[in-house]
Design a protein around this ligand. Structure first.
Ligand code: 2P0
Length: 342
């Protein structure tokens, strides 16, 4: 018994500088606002996908799609399995088609490091490879979005803006790359926990939208922040980029705190990092800023030249250089890192 030919792809993760928080359509993952992220180069997920004959069991003993995380069979009751199966059903050739999907990530799963973004972007690219669709980047982005909203920002390298769009069918809601190459731009990841988050971002953003009065101000804030950060990125103005991104992240967490019941992803360690960073910035004048997603981990925004100084206060920081994988002439294509797949 053999499996069909395989589709295989790598996709990087991304970190939002202007956050996606709140949906206007839950089924299609259509956002209330646009958002803007930086793609993480070689940090992401590799996925292989095959059609599985029904009688082929392998390690997973259950019916349906078989999902493997590394060498471990994923429990079909998990949110990850449900989301992946639902996503695969968008393009299953027949209702009887079953898949074997193997995924390996070099970032902690569900640690607020946007691993669902790279996961669904890689799965979209693996489908594109398996069925030889040759889809355009906007088409890939629109499809990935339906797996996980933030995945639509992981189809290109560099800075990517996800345009909220206004159409009910979502055809105008996808990511496009900004014409900026900034080799010195650096993201520092401080992992405080790789445990799954206490509440999924999907549920958290829903509760915030429904119960937080502060959330009413969020769309206006995002519009203002986007208007400030776009020219700052083009000008490679790290102070403005960092200030706007930090302000945007803290404002998102303020809406979460004002949800009912409140949602707090920060731990005491997270808050300690805030204070250490702000004191360091004040004392040294070094442009280093923070952002935080749906988890306790903190990400730093800075330039490579300041990394050694910053390590004196945060020795465990893991640096990512988003533009490392991009040559000067081929800045956006994911192909140079496809060979990251084992
Ligand atoms: C972002 N986050 O812009 C924001 C900031 C978390 C905090 O996108 O429900 O996993 O699958 O569309 O994409 C995480 O949300 O949510 C996220 P779904 P997703 O990166």
């Amino acid at each position: 018994m053999t499996l069909s030919r395989e589709g295989k792809a790598f996709a990087p993760s991304n970190i939002a500088l202007i956050k996606y928080w709140g949906k206007r359509d839950r089924a299609l993952n259509l956002p209330i606002t646009s958002s803007l992220s930086v793609t993480l180069g070689q940090l992401g997920t590799c996925t292989t996908l095959r059609e599985r004959p029904l009688e082929f069991k392998g390690l997973c003993q259950y019916e349906g799609d078989h999902l493997y995380l590394g060498d471990t069979c994923v429990d079909p009751q998990t949110e990850f399995h449900r989301k992946a199966t639902r996503f695969l059903s968008l393009s299953r050739p027949t209702p009887e088609t079953r898949y074997e999907l193997r995924t390996a990530s070099n970032i902690p799963i569900a640690a607020g490091l946007a691993s669902s973004a790279s996961g669904f972007a890689a799965l979209t690219l693996a489908l594109n490879d398996l069925y030889q669709w040759n889809l355009s980047i906007p088409d890939l982005s629109r499809l990935a979005r339906q797996g996980s909203g933030s995945a639509c920002r992981s189809l290109e390298q560099g800075f990517v803006e996800w345009h909220a769009g206004s159409r009910a069918d979502g055809m105008d809601s996808y990511g496009t790359r900004l014409e900026v190459t900034w080799p010195e731009f650096s993201i520092g990841i401080i992992v405080l926990s790789d445990q799954p988050k206490p509440i999924s971002s999907r549920l958290a953003m829903e509760r915030t939208r429904e119960t937080s009065t502060l959330y009413q101000a969020w769309p206006t804030q995002v519009a203002n922040d986007l208007a400030r950060i776009r020219p700052a990125l083009l000008a490679k103005d790290i102070e403005t980029v960092g200030q706007v991104a930090e302000h945007n992240a803290l404002s998102m967490h303020a809406t979460l705190l004002s949800a009912d019941p409140a949602i707090l992803y920060s731990t005491p360690k997270t808050v300690e990092i805030y204070h250490t960073l702000w004191a360091f910035r004040q004392e040294t004048g070094i442009p280093v800023y923070l952002t935080q997603d749906a988890g306790p981990n903190v990400k730093l925004i800075t330039l490579a030249a300041y990394e050694a100084r910053i390590e004196s206060i945060f020795p465990t920081v893991h640096w990512v250089h988003p533009f490392e994988a991009c040559s000067a002439t081929n800045q956006q294509i994911l192909t140079p890192i496809l060979n990251k797949c084992p």
